[in-house]
Design a protein around this ligand. Sequence first.
Ligand SMILES: [Cu+2]
Length: 349
Amino acid sequence: MFPIVGGYPYNEIARDPNDVPPRALLDGETVTITAHEIEAFLAPEHNGIEWAKDGHDVKFRYFAFGGGHPGRDPAPKVPGPFIRLRDGNTVTIILENQGVEPHSIDFHAVVGKKGGAAELMVRPDGDKTSFTFTARNPGLYVYHCVGDGTPHGIAHHMNNGMFGLILVEPGNPKAGFNLRTKNAKEFYVFQQDIFVSAEHDEHGEMSGGMDGMDEDHVARDFDEEKMLNTLVPDYSVFNGRVGALIDLPMEAKTGKNAVVYFASSGAHIPSPHMIGEIFDWVYDQGGILQSPQRNIQTALVPSAGSAVLIMDGDQLVPTNEAEGDLNILVDHALPYFRKGAIGLMKVTQ
Ligand SMILES: [Cu+2]
């Protein structure tokens, strides 16, 4: 029913953190984003790590965005495709619904029209709509689905993976942000708190029977009561699932700044920290026109907010994987780190 992607024996939901489009969209360019509902492993057994909750092989009913910049892999992933444009440019977003739920997009980079969600609402089964806007406020912004537009819809669709980042670059090529990210290695990391039901029953017909999946494992869905009553997520993960950034590490290079576009969908305020590194420059809350903070050990990222975390390429120390020496990105708030918020960064020469 769904394509097997990424060469894994199950639907791979994880976005490769190295998957950042190198160029901004051109003025007048169009981007298609597709909305999908996919079952995939949230906590695959093969990671070989004992996780706090439910052991391993937990399947989940994801909502995910695919598509993105022309020429990029359009497979649906969590987070959705990274969108990049330049201040003053006008782009058109087409949203296509390939699922059976209503979907939509609110771009935090857009002023008015509910961030585009007032026009980008697509009905189930193949509906398609478009929205054109001009970027006027440089920054690193979250976009996310609002489902059917209700508070429940927003919580459900964000819990289940429908969000991404849109970067509006300053128009001046000599802006500090543009100088620090030029010729850099750029990474895309989105932290997601996930509340899961004991078992998935609402769409039981979707459970089991998919290629490469064990029919004994029932896919879970969003548990809103748990979210409202406990505020304690079952998982807190980078890029869609437990172990995503262990299987798909960030690949940095000495001499090139390592730039992490980091965001949070979640129920808490993450504290990203890179074990073995210091963030030489941090654009707090995605405000890339401000002066960056210097020498930050641990950043703070608001819910549905972002930060740009930059490590000076001239200070990057090569890692030695054979000796288990890799930089480790964590949410240093310990319960979240133990619930999955951990990933790797290699540094080569
Ligand atoms: Cu949605």
